[in-house]
Design a protein around this ligand. Structure first.
Ligand SMILES: NC(=O)c1ccc[n+]([C@@H]2O[C@H](COP(=O)([O-])OP(=O)(O)OC[C@H]3O[C@@H](n4cnc5c(N)ncnc54)[C@H](OP(=O)(O)O)[C@@H]3O)[C@@H](O)[C@H]2O)c1
Length: 437
């Protein structure tokens, strides 16, 4: 039986999942790959803790160099996370002509250019199936299964924590802070949840998807990012009255030669499949010119699902090695390196969509006509209005759904409206996405 020797850096949640899968399904993987995978060295700062898996003597090491300098090891898995020292380890391993597997979306979103350039220079692969959508086989699907398609748009629920919080708020009518606390107690949210609730984690993943889908040297900082902290149970309730659900959606579109890339709470039609994706689950809805709409759904995190994606990368690289493919059978970012070219970005101010707006107004005649006058002056037309007598902190909510409006016009109008004496608090607005057919 042939043997593929691999090394692992980071014996934490995902690293342990990988080891468990390689042990539990070793025979199955052998049958599918045609070789045995031998985990030659595992490096971690902590090699004392019992991870619940049996490791042969001499495999564990505290020295990362033992993994990246091992001449027998062909593939190195980086599963420590964070920017440094992960980036340095990966670059060193690439220069030692190791193929790389990583689940590190933050690193790829921020420093992917350098890593992919170096991998191309040294003729090695960088596989990153686990970096977006955890266990969902998405990256390989975009690179290979959807290769025939011009991709028009991607809509993703890419962060389990924020989806869990919004789902709970929707189902139980609880406030954001209360649900966040519960999520932290259940281990669904980190002690510092900033990346999840502010949309940063979803944006890291979107940055990777934009490059794969559109073949552009896209930068993370080009994404417009908004989080879910401001969403209240009242807005969730009103959105349902309009027939929508609120999701933290990562959106990428290619429209008339320009890319739109944004992450923010979004109202999506209640009947749409994405609106039914609840709890910690992830889903990615991709529209291609030949295939039409496709939906990928599954666990976006967790030890075993993420481990599944890492092992799938391992088997792909192993299969390549076995047939003598020297690397990069599939281009690292789906497009040939020489074909990657800048696609212009649509500025957020130019983006047009319908908006939900909730004004906190005094209970007095004339409020509606004043608001609609200012909106009209800014080219924003109202599609429907809900006005209820109930008071919230002395103000009456006036809730509207607009027709398509330009983002910059909405900001200008709301600035003027929020200065009015009859408006008692900052107006809440949520972007709406109807183009999900
Ligand atoms: N967990 C998930 O569900 C999930 C899902 C998708 C993607 N990912 C990605 O997968 C990667 C790993 O995540 P994880 O959840 O497995 O993290 P984790 O549980 O914190 O594991 C990381 C491990 O690496 C070790 N480590 C840190 N710095 C090191 C260094 N300099 N040298 C050697 N070992 C070092 C850590 O040791 P200490 O604990 O002692 O610091 C820890 O054992 C991250 O990029 C993450 O974004 C995770």
């Amino acid at each position: 039986m042939k043997e593929i020797k691999v090394g692992l850096i980071g014996f934490g949640t995902v690293g342990t999942g990988v080891v468990k899968i390689l042990q539990k399904n070793s025979k199955l993987i052998e049958k599918r790959m045609g070789a045995r995978v031998t985990l030659k060295r595992i490096a971690d700062i902590d090699i004392e803790t019992d991870r619940g898996v049996k490791i042969k003597p001499g495999v564990l090491t505290r020295r990362v160099e033992d993994v990246i300098n091992d001449p027998e090891t062909k593939i190195v898995m980086e599963l420590i996370g964070g920017i440094e020292p992960a980036k340095t380890f990966i670059l060193k391993a690439i220069r030692n002509r190791k193929h790389i597997i990583t689940a590190n979306k933050a690193l790829l979103a921020l420093h992917g250019d350098e890593i992919f350039r170096e991998a191309n220079r040294f003729g090695v692969d960088v596989n990153f199936e686990a970096s977006v959508g955890g266990g969902i086989p998405l990256i390989r699907s975009i690179k290979e299964g959807l290769v025939a398609n011009r991709i028009h748009s991607i809509f993703g629920i890419l962060n389990g924590t924020s989806n869990y919080i919004l789902s709970k708020m929707t189902d139980e009518g609880k406030a954001f802070k209360e649900v966040l606390k519960e999520a932290q107690e259940r281990g669904y949210a980190e002690a510092d949840p900033t990346y999840d609730i502010e949309g940063i984690d979803a944006a890291h993943k979107l940055a990777i998807l934009v490059r794969l889908a559109f073949g552009t040297p896209f930068q993370f900082k080009e994404i417009f990012i908004g989080g879910i902290k401001e969403i209240t149970p009242i807005d969730i309730q009103f959105s349902r009255e309009f027939g929508y659900r609120i999701k933290l959606l990562a959106i990428a579109k290619l429209d008339q030669g320009k890319i739109e890339a944004r992450v923010h709470p979004t109202m999506i039609p209640e009947g749409h499949l994405l609106s039914t994706v609840d709890g910690v689950f992830n889903a990615i809805y991709i529209q291609g010119d030949a295939i039409g709409p496709t939906l990928f759904y599954g666990q976006g995190a967790g030890q075993m699902p993420t481990g599944s994606a890492v092992v799938s990368d391992l088997v792909e690289l192993g299969r390549n090695l076995l047939v003598g493919a020297s690397g990069r059978r599939v281009p690292l970012l789906s497009y040939q390196e020489s074909a990657i070219e800048k696609v212009p970005l649509k500025r957020m101010e130019e983006v047009e969509m319908p908006f939900y707006m909730r004004f906190s107004a005094v209970d007095r005649p004339g409020v509606l006509s004043t608001i609609s006058g200012i909106l009209g002056k800014n080219g924003i037309s109202i599609a429907s209005v809900i006005q209820k007598g109930r008071q919230i902190n002395g103000a009456v909510p006036v809730v509207m759904m607009t027709h398509e409006a330009k983002e910059e016009n909405v900001h200008r109008a709301l600035k003027e409206i929020d200065r009015l004496k009859m408006i008692l608090g900052k107006t809440m607005f949520i972007r709406v996405e109807n183009g999900l057919e």
